[in-house]
Every structure is written in C-alpha cells, then in structure tokens.
Design a protein around this ligand. Sequence first.
Ligand code: KG4
Ligand code: ZN
Length: 338
Amino acid sequence: AAGRIVLGIESSCDETGAGIVSEGRLLAHAVASSMDEHARFGGVVPEIAARAHLHALNPVVREALDQAGLRLADIDAVAVTTGPGLSGALQVGLAGAKTLAYALGVPLYGVHHLAGHVAADTLEHGPLPDPCVVLIVSGGHTSLLLVRDLVRDPILHLGDTVDDAAGECFDKVARVFGLPYPGGPAIDRAARGGDPAAVAFPRPLTGPRDDPYAFSFSGLKTAAARWAERHGDTPLPVADGAASLQEAVADVLTRKALAACAAYGVSTLVVVGGVAANSRVRALAEERCAAAGITLRVPRMGLCTDNGAMIAAVGDLLVRSGAEPAPLEVSIDPSAPL
Ligand code: KG4
Ligand code: ZN
C-alpha cells in the first residue's frame, strides 16, 4: 500500500509554508512570505505577520495540493509548528491545522520548529546519520544541536546565542552600512570584491575560558557600528566592512560547529537556516569539514529557510514511528524548549 501522506504547516515567523511528505519523500512545497511588508520597519512586525498568515494559509495549502496532484481528502495526517515562534503567527497556523485535521478526521501532530529545520535536510539527502551535529543559523536562531534519532531521542542543545542570532547581526549591521533589509543577502552581495582581512572584527566567545558552544553577536554589531563611525563623513568602504564581518561570523560559526563534531566524535555536520545561504559560511564550512574529514550536509536554500515541508518531514517521521498524535486542544508554545 502507498505510504501515508502528511501535510505540514509552518507559520512561526514571516513565512507561511505548506508542504507534503510521504515516506521521507517530498511531494510538494509552497511558501508565501510577508517579508516585503516588514521591510520598511526593519524587522518582522508580529501583528502584520499574523494577518499575513491568515491571508496566505489557504492559498499555500491549495498550491501544495496542486503541486502534488492531490486533493484534501488524500491527506492522512496534519503536522503543524507549535513553537517556538511569534504567538499570534503560531496561532493562525495551529488553528488552520486543527480545522483541517478535524474536518478530514485525520491525526494532528505538533512539531517543534527546530526539529523541523533539522528534518529539512532529510528531504534532500535522506535519513540523518545517528549521531550528527546540526548548526541552525537564521534571523531567529543560532543553535548548535547534537541529534540522535530525531523522533525517539531528545535533541541535545549544545549551545545557543547569548544575545542576537547570526542573521539578526547581519540584518542590524546592514542597516548601519546603509544596505537594504533583509541584511544577510545584502551583506553577502556587498562583500564580493571586499577584503575579509580589512577590518579585524572580534571573534566573540572563542577564548579558552569561554563556553565552546555558546555564541554572541551583539558585540560584532557594536564593533561594526564603531568602525562605520570612525569614517565620519568619508565614504564607507562597505565591501571591506561586509567581507570582514562575514568572515568573523563564518569563522566563529564553523569553528564552534567543528569543535562540537570533534568533542562528540561526530562525523556529519548539518547546516540549516537562512544564514546557511551565506557564501562565506558555506565555503568555510566546506573547507574546514574537508580538512577534518567531516561530511557536510546543507540542504538547498528553499529547504533551509522556514517552510512547511520541513514540518511535514517531522510529521512523516512521527507517523511512521507510531507516535501518539496531539489532542485537538493542543496549544502553541511560543518559547518551546527542545
Ligand atoms: O531561516 P530564515 O529565512 O528565517 C528565520 O529567521 O527563521 O532566515 C532569515 C535570516 C535573515 O536574518 C537573513 O538576513 C539571513 O537569514 N540570510 C543571510 C543570507 N540569506 C539570508 N545571511 C547571510 N548571508 C546570506 N546570503
Ligand atoms: Zn526558522
């Protein structure tokens, strides 16, 4: 018999995602983003995000079904992000998922957003080896995880940022440099042709006494602002600043991720999240993994950023493992621990 078909819904931040997965296979993947509506505010506005999800949810579910050539009645289970994330945004996705599960008479599964990010890679590269180290770097997270069996074992949180997320650092520095929002892609573009050694930006929390897996990026933002200030009225060498900032972020991220692989005897590193798109982060990760004999897995960009397919991927693993579905009363957990 054909495998069960799982619809996944994601709405924790500014992306409304619907994805369809069956037996580890990606059948459909549709995303709508409200990023443009937040751009003039320089960051995601929770109220605007929640409303945008309300508008986008039905169309993205419809689009996913069309892509897969399926009807709603073909869905065997619904998986939805319950947290962490923006509470109003999460509520919209959960209400939609509950409605569908109830109307279709199929089980509902609540999914942790970070588990979704981890599972995204399985849709492209197959099952994850046990164990693996996962670096999640986006506008909302900077986490280093030790992952065993995604649905049976707890995910071990090795470290996190103590202040800003890496993507947030790019976004804030881009503003200081006069680059558009979101800042990550803008910094990446501006860095082409820049000298990564032009500015000696700090490498926060990399001292011998520092937590080897904790990150800090707010100091980098301040250092970048100081550097910009020092130029006064003279034109800012943005390419050099961007290349140097990118180098500092990529250096710290990859150094810590590889240290975790070495300490836990892990031979596979998975990098996901919007910042995995950064050309320097990718290049340095490839270089350092190759040197250390570690296999690097980075899913394609559309699966790296927030999406519904990654939630469906976890739902599919839960279904196949015989996990207990969530009751219809299940609630969101905006600050869900792992
Ligand atoms: O995963 P994502 O789409 O959303 C969440 O934050 O969950 O990640 C968005 C973040 C933004 O901060 C954006 O500036 C950053 O990823 N980003 C990049 C690049 N592309 C996106 N940062 C650096 N270089 C890039 N090429
Ligand atoms: Zn995310």
